[in-house]
Design a protein around this ligand. Structure first.
Ligand code: NDP
Length: 330
């Protein structure tokens, strides 16, 4: 069976030499385990942090071993009463063709609600991140103005649409290309801008107007966060979800330079990890499947074919090649 291994640790931007396609033998199935043939694997920005040899909220990837990450697949052999051959499951041993794991480490993919790959995106980890970050972390309520960066990505596109579905008075998004900006307007964002067109602060101020923003959902950090601090109203909240503008950095970030605005405006900035919000999963799945069914929320996927192309898909994700969720189909 084939898997993608980490061959060396990237310095700055990852390069193809950091990855290796390897052949390995599958372990035998023990009692309570299942063999899953992976159909889609998830490609996620947080993996970049795990490629560094630095202790963080998730441990670093080991060299010369398979990467891991979210996957959906089909059970093709089972020694557990809880999973049958043919079941669609979500689990965390992606980046390989076949996974052997305890049945308890898999969750059923409710393919009655949506196609299997949606359980890596809109109905999966990135969807829950958007939902929990907006509602539980930032405490968004109807009538507020929301700004989200990385808005055409997996998390960001959900944030903006959930906010609209729940009565936001205005949703503003930023993204890295004119095509993505056009897509955001199609998805119901009230305003969107390309951050390559000029300084974020000026473009956000123009989009937010006198009213300003109540909530900033931060996927990017740096100058986006600085611009948002200036645009936030008194009592505004920031859900600090990610800082992708810094993931390949080899030097500390220069922005935000205006953090002290948080004092006078009495802002709340709260970092969070989706892993801390699993207790909201059932509520989220119910709400999201309703929005998907009635068309209030739509999701995009960028699908790359072939396990051997997963490293390139990851490098392309960091460069913004994806619209919506980045996936590799095996
Ligand atoms: P996306 O689908 O948003 O893909 C990443 C996007 O980031 C790219 O498409 C690119 O879009 C954008 N990007 C890359 N470099 C920059 C830059 N320098 N400035 C601005 N945008 C940039 O990924 P996800 O939706 O999976 O993740 C979004 C964020 O959420 C990430 O920061 C991720 O780490 C974080 N996250 C956090 C979680 C948590 O538990 N806290 C859980 C899941 C995700 P563009 O073309 O617009 O530049």
């Amino acid at each position: 069976t084939r898997e993608i291994q980490l061959a060396s640790r990237p310095h700055g931007r990852p390069v193809p030499e950091n990855f290796r396609l390897a052949e390995t033998a599958l372990p035998g199935l023990k009692d309570g385990q299942v063999l899953v043939r992976n159909l889609f694997i998830s490609v996620d920005p947080y993996m970049r942090g795990r490629m560094n040899d630095v202790k963080s909220y998730s441990p670093p990837f080991a060299l010369d071993a398979a990467l891991d990450g979210g996957a959906v697949g089909e059970v093709i052999a089972s020694r557990s009463a809880d999973r049958a051959v043919g079941d669609a499951v979500v689990h965390s041993l992606g980046w390989r063709e076949y996974a052997v794991l305890d049945a308890g480490a898999t969750a059923p993919a409710r393919t009655d609600l949506a196609p299997a790959p949606a359980f890596l995106g809109a109905l999966g980890m990135t969807g829950l991140t958007a939902y929990a970050g907006l509602l539980k972390v930032a405490g968004f309520t109807s009538g507020e103005v929301v700004f989200v960066s990385g808005a055409a990505g997996a998390v960001g596109s959900m944030v903006g649409q959930i906010a609209k579905a729940l009565g936001a008075s205005r949703v503003i998004g930023s993204a890295g290309s004119p095509e993505k900006v056009a897509r955001l307007l199609e998805l119901g964002f009230d305003a969107a801008f390309n951050y390559h067109d000029g300084p974020v602060a000026g473009q956000l101020a123009a989009a937010a107007g006198e009213r300003g923003i109540d909530v900033y959902f931060d996927n990017v950090g740096g100058d986006h966060l600085e611009a948002a601090l200036s645009a936030l109203t008194v009592g505004g909240r920031v859900a600090m979800c990610g800082a992708i503008s810094q993931y390949n950095s080899t030097a500390p970030a220069a922005a935000p330079r205006n953090l002290a605005l948080a004092i006078g405006k009495q802002l709340t900035l709260k970092g969070f990890l989706v892993s801390g919000y699993g207790q909201h999963r059932a509520e989220f799945v119910q709400a999201m499947s309703g929005w998907l069914a009635d068309g209030a929320v739509r999701y995009d996927e960028t699908i790359v074919d072939g396990l051997e192309n997963a490293p390139q898909a990851f490098m392309d994700l960091l460069d913004g090649a994806n619209t919506g969720k980045m996936l590799v189909r095996l």
